[in-house]
Design a protein around this ligand. Structure first.
Ligand code: IPD
Length: 277
């Protein structure tokens, strides 16, 4: 029997709307910034507060469900994805944007059962664009169906990527040479919005043709990976193999040919898996 998770998803959307209010309120004021894994990995009191708010609201309604939350993990909680119904939460994807008031910040909520994503919600708060997808039922932005561009030619593609927060020599040199090799193909251009979740949703809408990123975490992309697939796109590992949300590598594209062409051109720097942190 297939369980219908629509009620859970609607509740997720409901609490994401409440979280957006809290984020928009804090967006306008000056924030105290704390550092996490590197001088470019930022967190604020709002990230922590919004995550607590989301988790306690879900826990109240679904007391048996489990959680993987960015700030809970940063606070020392173990990151283990089990077969139990699990909410994977990033309260603010694009914290650096949030700190600078660069107007792209998103709430990302994915829901997995038996390690399979059943639905994903990405709420780009300032733009007021709510992306959602339920497995097998298509992808939507503000309730309107979305689809990828279908582009199959890398030379006609607009790419999106992120620089991330790594600042060590190896990561920087691999990252810049990846950009160099892609640009010389040539491609039409490269963009970075500053939130992995929104970047991926732009592939789902057809606004860009492909995205790649190394070093982000499962909570940044779990929801948007399903949104891309349900919009007709392809999501794979940067090495060309099957996507693994814990591996910290992703290519999302409008077509399999563009995805695999990117995987042939880029290299990944080593980073510890999320489930081995
Ligand atoms: C970050 C954003 C950013 C990406 C980083 C992520 P956070 O998430 O998605 O675009 O480059 O790799 O860690 O820390 O703002 O939730």
């Amino acid at each position: 029997i297939m369980t219908d998770w629509t009620e859970c998803m609607n509740y997720g959307i409901h609490i994401a709307r409440e979280a957006r209010e809290a984020i928009l309120h804090a967006f306008r004021i000056k924030k105290a910034v704390m550092l996490k894994s590197s001088p470019a990995d930022l967190v604020t009191e709002t990230d922590q507060r919004v995550e607590k708010m989301l988790i306690s609201a879900i826990h109240e309604k679904y007391p048996l469900h489990k959680f993987i939350g960015e700030e809970s993990v940063a606070a020392g909680e173990q990151l283990i994805l089990t077969d139990s119904p699990t909410w994977i939460i990033d309260p603010i994807d694009g914290t650096t944007n949030f700190v600078h008031r660069f107007p792209f910040v998103a709430i990302s909520i994915a829901f997995t059962v038996k390690k399979q994503t059943e639905f994903g919600i990405v709420y780009s708060c300032v733009e007021d664009r709510l992306y959602s997808a339920q497995r097998g039922r298509g992808a939507f932005c503000n309730d309107i169906p979305i689809t990828t561009s279908g582009q199959e030619d890398i030379t006609k593609s607009l790419l999106v990527t992120e620089i991330g927060s790594e600042r060590d020599e190896l990561a920087l040199s691999i990252m810049t040479s990846n950009l160099h090799r892609l640009l010389e193909i040539p491609i039409h251009g490269i963009r970075a919005v500053g939130t992995a979740a929104v970047d991926m949703c732009l592939i789902a809408t057809g606004g860009a043709d492909a995205y790649y990123h190394i070093g982000m975490h499962c909570w940044d992309i779990a929801a948007s990976a399903l949104i891309v697939c349900e919009a007709g796109g392809v999501v794979i590992d940067t090495n060309g193999s099957e996507f693994d949300m814990m591996a910290r590598r992703v290519i999302a594209a409008s077509s399999s040919s563009v995805a695999h062409r990117i995987s042939q051109v880029i290299r990944a720097f080593p980073c510890q898996r999320d489930d081995e942190l």
